[in-house]
Design a binder for this molecule. Sequence first.
Ligand code: HEM
Length: 125
Amino acid sequence: MIDPIAHIYQDLKDTAPYYKLVDEFYARVEQDELLRPMYPADLADAKRHLALFLIQRTGGETTYSDERGHPRMRGRHMPFRIGVPERDAWMRNMTEALHSVPQFAPHETALLTFFSDFATFMINQ
Ligand code: HEM
């Protein structure tokens, strides 16, 4: 099966755009009345984990699994009540964040499809 996001890191060869993406994403989460209460007060770990996960998932270094073990994302999201409104809010913030990082522009369609499918998979209510 073709995985359209598996080689993005090879194209970028740089972690900086990923950290920019998660900064932009969490800056929006900070202002989001629905999502903000779900996250801890200090977002530093959440940012780092999301950046490392995305770097790994798109073909970069495997620091995420080295530190956190198998991703098992659905299980990790079970403590949070994720319905369609939460999924849509997450997607809206991530779509805006993605548009603010030009390095991802060539991969925008593939990443939006990945995020959308993954966010739907996280729905647990
Ligand atoms: C559908 C809506 C989603 C909501 C409401 C949500 C919410 C959350 C929350 C509250 C955390 C815990 C943060 C912390 O305690 O530091 C978390 C962790 C995480 N989320 Fe999501 N998430 C969603 C979708 C996604 C998607 C689509 C992805 C990936 C594409 C993702 C990737 C992650 C990662 C990598 C972590 C850190 C896991 C760890 O290693 O502990 N999330 N999410």
